[in-house]
Design a protein around this ligand. Structure first.
Ligand code: HEC
Ligand code: HEC
Length: 230
């Protein structure tokens, strides 16, 4: 019985040809090895678009095609984030050295593509120099609350998304907050550091202070509606 089933199978294969097996490569079409894919569109679509959105916009995670962002961040920082991932947020590590699947050359191809294939990169003329990506300053929580009141509250009091809620804050690390405040997110209407208070770009100290204040609102038990008894 077993043998005749097998024989039937072999016969069927002989008739159909192996190429018709589901998943089998079509004859004449060469499937590249995963580490040989160097095309930006394929690399981005397969690895990043699900979180960062098609073409780097309107995803759940940060809009990478943001022109202010691409003018602000340097290649070395991008390479490190993509290779090593980010702690406290769902940004995976893609580099081989960190257990990921992308080679250094593929990570470079992604960065090159983000800078050249998304038109956004040259759109915005460079105005003022933004505060640096990482800061040497120390944030002050009390001053940060004042920055929030003067630069953020007018929009965020009415916003559907409460960025001061511990539940939201558990989703983002401090660098994500800094990035969102400095580079903005044009795809969802979050202004950049120059536009919070028209005519008064935020300083490095102000950004650092407001991040310190937001960070101070995080709790150990996000999502629990009632404060823990002391
Ligand atoms: C599973 C979801 C997910 C995937 C897949 C993913 N990312 Fe991310 N990424 C995140 C999250 C979450 C953050 C933190 C910032 C945020 O909340 O938007 C982040 C942050 C980043 C940042 C840093 C933003 C900053 O603050 O400067 C870069 C750059 C980045 N991702 C690039 C990529 C690239 C390139 C790929 C594809 C190789 C990728 N990501 C794939 C979820 C993802
Ligand atoms: C001109 C109005 C406006 C101002 C000023 C503003 N925001 Fe926002 N912000 C928005 C909008 C619109 C969104 C989109 C989400 C929403 O609230 O619906 C947003 C979203 C955000 C997000 C969440 C982004 C995400 O990935 O979900 C953060 C964090 C944030 N703002 C921080 C700030 C901080 C901090 C300030 C002050 C330094 C500020 N914003 C000033 C309008 C504003």
């Amino acid at each position: 019985m077993k043998i005749s089933a097998l024989a039937g199978c072999v016969l069927l294969l002989a008739i159909m040809g192996c190429s018709h097996l589901p998943g089998a490569p079509k004859p004449g079409v060469e499937v590249p090895r995963p580490d040989a894919i160097m095309n930006f569109a394929d690399l981005y679509h397969q690895n990043c678009a699900g979180c960062h959105g098609n073409h780097g916009m309107n995803g759940a995670a940060f809009d990478l095609a943001n022109s202010t962002y691409l003018n602000w961040i340097d290649d070395a920082t991008l390479r490190k984030i993509i290779a090593d991932g980010e702690t406290d947020v769902q940004m995976p590590a893609f580099g081989r050295s960190a257990g990921g699947f992308l080679t250094d050359a593929q990570i470079d191809a992604l960065i090159h593509g983000m800078r050249t294939e998304w038109p956004a990169a040259d759109e915005k003329p460079q105005g003022q120099t933004p505060p640096p990506y990482t800061t040497a300053l120390k944030g002050d929580v009390a001053r940060g609350e004042q920055v929030y009141q003067s630069a953020c509250a007018r929009c965020h009091r009415e916003s559907t998304q409460s960025i001061t809620s511990p539940t939201y804050l558990s989703l983002v690390n401090d660098q994500t907050l800094r990035t969102l405040i400095i580079a903005g997110r044009p795809d969802i209407g979050q202004p950049d550091w120059e536009a919070d208070i028209p005519g008064h770009p935020l300083t490095d100290q102000q950004v650092t202070d407001v991040v310190a204040w937001l960070a101070s609102l995080r709790t150990m038990t996000p999502g629990q509606p009632y404060a823990q008894p002391h």
